[in-house]
Design a binder for this molecule. Structure first.
Ligand code: HEM
Length: 519
């Protein structure tokens, strides 16, 4: 396993701005007019009220009142950096994506994040950690919106809002509560793999630099001939994977992940990653003993090949403009990269762009962090989407429709969606082949004794708070089915009786597929 527990290191403090010399620029209102007094409101005499006609005061307060946009519904706490991706392998047999020509460079913006806690929450809390990369390719932006963990909790977008509700603070008490999220997860055996990863020290990384990233889903790659394969992507950290114990993370402090990344980049210690890819030929998708489009599973038996390198070398000049307003969406794809049938990915294709039109606004692509850097981008609107708040398209043409002889635009054949055949019954049911306990068992057995002990301590710390014996027992029965030693050690730590665990295992295995333990 690549995982190590790090020694805790002190974060280097940021440098302080020097006092400038010479004449200072004039302080102005938003309309450009100079401001004569920026400390005192205009009043009706010494003892009189403040006048509404003080336009500068009203503007200042009104702008202040509007400083916040809604935080991301998940992954609200994060930090971003700019950098460069360099392709290192010719993968044109698999994908025509223009960024993958050896030694071609593509600028990137990366945002790291935690998932559940709010915008200004402490960075030491246990969470999966987001690793989202926006590649500004010459054929449009490709967003690889992944996590540090290789799998996910659930495999159907239908369950995502419920899962997030269970993990977010209680609607009554406004506190996160293990009674609620383990109630949810006791109905979700496929979460066993992700929960096992999350409760190791991978849930408290030593830094963002020492974290791998995973695309998690399968993607459909298409080459120039229209031929297709499925692929998964992973970032491997050149800094290694290092984690803290829960106690070390807490000691590292409120802002340690951001401070570390900013500190390293500012002192010229630029973190880098290798982009790796796994390939699954279409003909082999039925031959695995699990569904290859189930994001609760890794493709454990497939080799990884290196296809590129990324270095982060610049901290954004303004946190809000770049990091907060960045809008990563799995639906931002480029020719050569398309969706697989993964039901989570399919839901994400809708959800991100939708939330961003609300969170940032319909004209979010006009912001520098989100704007594509394609050749035509300087020459006015790319398409006929128009208007809305804060529009700055610079549209001068009479033609805002397609097609037009007055202002023709091309739709190149290479950019058409690929063709593939489907023979299927339309229905609504769970996937077949769900060996949900095999991979968490393999993962458990790959851990060192120290990491096993940490996992049991971390997991029992939360599961042990659950009041319901039945919920604790069902949860332990899942971990037991992953590995008997794992389940037995956990049962001891959360005060669950082994005969009850064995009873829950028997009930689980007696239930027909498609049925879940009833509440
Ligand atoms: C952020 C939805 C699954 C990784 C978000 C956001 C939404 C969302 C609405 C906020 C976006 C924004 O405001 O800009 C969903 C849904 C999912 C899902 C509906 C399942 C159907 C996943 C999975 C991963 C993931 C499987 C990892 C592979 C991320 C990351 C961010 C994010 C990294 C933060 C991006 C950033 O830094 O701005 N998700 N998510 N999500 N999600 Fe998901």
């Amino acid at each position: 396993s690549r995982m190590q527990t790090a020694e805790r290191v002190e974060v280097v403090p940021m440098s302080v701005i020097e006092t400038p010399t010479g004449a200072a620029p004039i302080y102005r209102r938003d309309n450009g007019a100079p401001v004569g007094d920026n400390r005192n409101s205009k009043t009706a005499g010494d003892m009189g009220p403040v006048l509404l006609e003080d336009a500068h005061l009203i503007e200042k307060l009104a702008r202040f009142d509007r400083e916040r946009v809604p935080e991301r519904v998940v992954h609200a706490r994060g930090t971003g950096a700019k950098g460069m991706f360099r392709a290192t392998a010719d993968i044109s047999d698999y994908s025509m994506a223009s960024l993958f020509q050896p030694s071609k460079e593509t600028p990137v913006f990366v945002r790291f994040s935690s998932v559940i806690h709010g915008h200004l929450s402490p960075e030491y809390l246990r969470d999966p950690h987001g690793f989202a990369t926006k590649f500004y390719t010459d054929e449009g932006n490709w967003d690889l919106v992944g996590n540090n963990l290789p799998v996910f909790f659930i495999r159907d977008a239908m369950q995502f809002p419920d899962m997030v509700h269970s993990l977010k603070p209680d609607p009554v008490t406004n506190r996160q509560d293990p009674n609620r999220f383990f109630d949810f997860f006791s109905h979700v055996p496929e979460a066993t793999n992700m929960l096992t990863h999350l409760y190791t020290n991978l849930g408290t990384p030593a830094s963002y630099r020492e974290m791998d990233g995973n695309g998690v889903h399968a993607f459909r790659l298409v080459n120039d001939e229209g031929e297709q394969v499925f692929a998964k992507f992973r970032w491997i950290s050149d800094q290694g994977v290092k984690n803290y114990t829960a106690a070390q993370a807490k000691e590292a402090g409120f802002n340690y992940l951001t401070d570390d990344l900013y500190g390293a980049i500012s002192r010229g210690d630029h973190p880098s990653w290798n982009l790796m890819m796994q390939v699954l030929p279409v003909a082999e998708i039925g031959s695995l003993d699990y569904n290859p489009f189930d994001d609760t599973k890794e493709w454990l038996d497939r080799p990884w090949m290196k296809i590129g390198e990324m270095t982060l070398d610049e901290v954004p000049e303004n946190f809000f403009e770049w990091t907060e307003q960045s809008a990563f969406a799995p639906s931002n794809m480029v020719p050569g990269i398309e969706p697989s049938p993964d039901r989570m990915l399919q839901g994400r294709l809708f959800s991100y762009a939708d939330t961003q039109r609300y969170r940032v606004g319909a004209n979010l692509f006009d912001l520098e962090v989100n704007a594509p850097r394609v050749a035509e981008a300087g020459d006015g609107p790319l398409n006929n989407n128009q208007n809305g708040q804060l529009n700055r398209s610079g549209r001068e043409s009479h033609v805002n429709y397609f097609p037009s002889a007055m202002a023709p635009k091309q739709t190149p054949a290479r950019a058409r969606y690929s063709n593939y055949e489907i023979m299927a019954m339309v229905d609504q049911k769970q996937i077949e082949k769900t060996p949900d306990f095999e991979q968490p068992g393999i993962f458990w057995r790959s851990l060192s004794e120290a990491d096993k002990a940490q996992l049991i301590a971390n997991l029992s710390g939360d599961l042990g708070q659950v009041v319901s014996d039945r919920t604790r027992t069902i949860m332990v029965s899942y971990f037991y089915q992953a590995d008997p030693e794992y389940g037995t050690r956990l049962a001891g730590a959360v005060d669950v009786a082994m005969p009850d665990v064995m009873q829950a295992v028997a009930e689980f295995n007696a239930a027909a597929p498609q049925t879940f333990p009833s509440p």
